[in-house]
Every structure is written in C-alpha cells, then in structure tokens.
Design a protein around this ligand. Sequence first.
Ligand SMILES: [Zn+2]
Ligand SMILES: [Zn+2]
Length: 54
Amino acid sequence: MKLIDRCNSCGKGLVERGFVTFPCPICSNPIGRCENCREQGVEYVCENCGFRGP
Ligand SMILES: [Zn+2]
Ligand SMILES: [Zn+2]
C-alpha cells in the first residue's frame, strides 16, 4: 500500500497534525488532506480515477 505523505489538494507535506488520509470513494486509492484544506473545503482530485470531491 502506498504511503501518503502529502496533501492531495495543495501538495503540502503532511507533517503537521490534523491531516487525514482516506480511500477514494470510487477506487479506494489513498488520498491525503491537510487540516487547512479540510477546513476550507478545498477540492481534491483522485490521481488514480480522476474523482473530484469536497
Ligand atoms: Zn492541503
Ligand atoms: Zn479514485
């Protein structure tokens, strides 16, 4: 399984607390998001299947 070490939305390294990783709802590809992007509701795009989500 691929290790997630950066935010899918802004590309920032996930070194701070508050980030989350979760599987893509479509293809289960792991996605990481930082706390900032989560709070702002920044859109993410799955690199595997192209799914866009809030
Ligand atoms: Zn981010
Ligand atoms: Zn996907």
